[in-house]
Design a protein around this ligand. Structure first.
Ligand code: B12
Length: 213
């Protein structure tokens, strides 16, 4: 079994101590963080999602696997830290109301920081009023919203409407993402952008700042 497969299996099992150790071992052997994230950590979450869907795993196991993934990501975060001093732009990001999934949002925030963006992370379960208040206060170039549940994606439209009502919509570019979001949905609710993953989010944000989006 390859090192990546071993790490994936440890994350699925929620074996935090060994997963963190394996992450370090993989780094020591020269594997790059992006490969570890895509081919072991995210791949593990996909397996966990499938097992949950088929009734093989339950919420507590899903949570332990998620915490294990986050512990591994903490090891990787310093390695993708930005080396640029000048901010590439300001981003406010959060997971919408009633949604507690934050791994993907954290990954997007981490990669944006790595690309030199100043990122203000509002956390999870963020209500429309809070998104609007932060956009008003911090005047970000970009607002990012994440949702993983089909029951919480409609919150994104509410936030965009609330920005409109507050007269702030034209001042900020809105990008949405998360497993429950599709490009069509993003377009229909009037978002400016969508990306399927963290790399796509960074590319979109960069283009947004140079006006070539
Ligand atoms: C881990 C997990 C949990 C953990 C979350 C822990 C945490 N701190 O995040 C816990 C155990 C808490 C949890 C709870 C629940 N979960 Co859950 N969970 C998952 C699981 C297995 C993995 C999610 C994940 O982290 N993936 C890895 C990350 C990296 O991927 P990602 O989030 O999609 O993010 C990437 C992209 O989407 C994108 N992206 C994400 N955000 C953003 C934002 C922007 C702006 C952009 C551009 C891009 C972007 O970039 C990211 C990086 O590439 C998924 C299954 C799956 N494969 O998605 C189910 C899943 C999302 N959960 C599900 C369910 C049903 C639940 C519960 C309702 C279960 C229950 N009965 O209690 C609760 C809901 C709790 C709540 N109110 O939010 C369902 C959702 C079904 C649906 N369509 O609505 C899924 C799909 C499982 C399944 N197959 O049924 N869950």
């Amino acid at each position: 079994m390859s090192l990546l497969d071993e790490l994936k299996e440890l994350v699925v099992k929620g074996d935090m101590v060994n997963a963190v150790e394996k992450t370090q071992k993989a780094l020591d052997e020269g594997l790059v963080p992006g490969k570890l994230i895509d081919e072991a950590l995210i791949a593990a979450m996909d397996v966990v999602g499938e097992k949950y869907k088929s009734g093989e795993l339950f919420v507590p196991e899903m949570l332990i696997a998620a915490k294990t993934m986050q512990a591994c990501m903490e090891k990787l975060e310093p390695l993708v830290a930005a080396d640029e001093l000048k901010s590439a732009g300001k981003v406010v990001i959060g997971t919408v109301k009633d949604d507690l999934h934050d791994i993907g949002k954290n990954l997007v925030a981490m990669m944006l920081r790595g690309a030199g963006f100043e990122v203000v992370d509002l956390g999870v379960d963020v209500a429309a009023e809070e998104f609007v208040a932060k956009v008003k206060e911090l005047k970000p170039n970009i607002l990012g919203m994440s949702a993983l549940l089909t029951t919480t994606v409609p919150q994104m439209e509410l936030v965009i409407k609330a920005l409109d009502d507050a007269g702030l919509r034209s001042q900020v570019q809105v990008i949405v993402g998360g497993a429950a979001v599709t490009p069509e949905f993003a377009k229909n609710i009037g978002a400016d952008g969508y990306a399927p993953d963290a790399t796509g989010a960074v590319n979109w944000a960069k283009n947004c700042m140079t006006g070539s989006k």
